[in-house]
Design a protein around this ligand. Structure first.
Ligand code: ATP
Ligand code: MG
Length: 261
């Protein structure tokens, strides 16, 4: 259960259209601070498109997005990130020609020592880099990637790249994280470990999570709430157990799997 009644994110009647395609249609919901909400739905339901709108990568055709009481639907994605709302990508965005640790160190902002000169400037930069590296190593350890710290990120597998992307998002110390299928291609043991890490971050840093996942079972225990999308709309929204029993969801999404089972 969320530990706060305060709304951190509110999405009000948002829609987006690209030519004739309408990936998100009149979607509304509120997210409580320090809650864990999962968004599920079949391929093409509009889940990633929804994240593109919230994170400012695409602009809404209509509607409003409010983060911590402030409208964010017209501002640049970097500004949104600076406010503490950070996302990860379904196809993890990493820089292959940098090392794994460097990929994370890039996420730390700042120009230390700019007002200093000579020796003091160099010293400030070195200290800044050292602390960024120490933080990067801590994050890598958290997701089991520390042994790759000084390898090129290009050698990582698909699943490992997703873990690196998650670590990168955490480097920015977000108050709210949008995770787009962070577990796809990650082996089950590590998925369990990651779920523990996310639960811990929620508890210790009061973080709020909105997570896209295909498999309801995976997020059943960690989620306070599950939102189900199909064809650009929300078709169900409630406690994980209620979603499992929801006829609309079974028809739109779980049905084909149950028939296969
Ligand atoms: N920029 C765009 N231009 C045109 N169509 C788009 C654009 N972005 C998304 N779409 C379309 O919107 C629909 C929803 O796509 P989206 O990627 O949001 O689905 P999803 O729920 O994330 O699917 P998946 O589970 O496969 O990741 C799809 O039909 C997609 O082709
Ligand atoms: Mg997607």
């Amino acid at each position: 259960m969320p530990t706060s009644d305060k709304t951190i994110l509110e999405v009000k009647n948002i829609s987006v259209s690209f030519g004739g395609v309408k990936p998100v249609q009149d979607v509304s919901f509120k997210i409580a601070e320090n809650s864990f909400t999962s968004v599920i739905g079949p391929n093409g339901a509009g889940k990633t498109s929804l994240f593109n709108l919230i994170s400012g990568m695409n602009k809404v055709s209509s509607g409003e997005i409010i983060f911590n009481g402030e409208a964010i639907h017209s501002i640049h994605t970097h500004k949104i990130a600076q406010k503490g709302l950070i996302r990860t990508f379904q196809g993890a965005k990493i820089i292959k020609r940098l090392t794994v640790a460097e990929n994370l160190m890039m996420a730390v902002q700042g120009n230390p020592g700019d007002n200093l000169s000579g020796f003091f400037r160099k010293k400030a930069r070195r200290e800044f880099e050292e602390s960024a590296r120490a933080e990067a190593l801590r994050r890598l350890d958290q997701v089991g990637l520390s042994k790759f710290a000084d390898e090129y990120a290009g050698i990582l597998s698909g699943g490992q790249r997703k873990l690196l992307d998650l670590s990168r998002a955490l480097m920015a110390k977000p108050s709210m994280l949008l995770l787009d299928e962070p577990f796809a291609g990650v082996n089950p043991t590590l998925v369990e470990k990651l779920l523990t890490v996310l639960a811990q971050l929620r508890k210790e840093h009061a973080m709020t999570f909105l997570l896209i996942e295909h498999d309801l079972e995976t997020v059943m225990n960690i989620s306070d709430r599950v939102i189900v999308m199909a064809d650009g709309k929300i078709i169900a929204d409630g406690l994980p157990n209620s979603i499992y029993e929801n006829e609309l969801v079974i028809d739109a999404y779980l049905g084909s799997r149950r028939k296969d089972a």
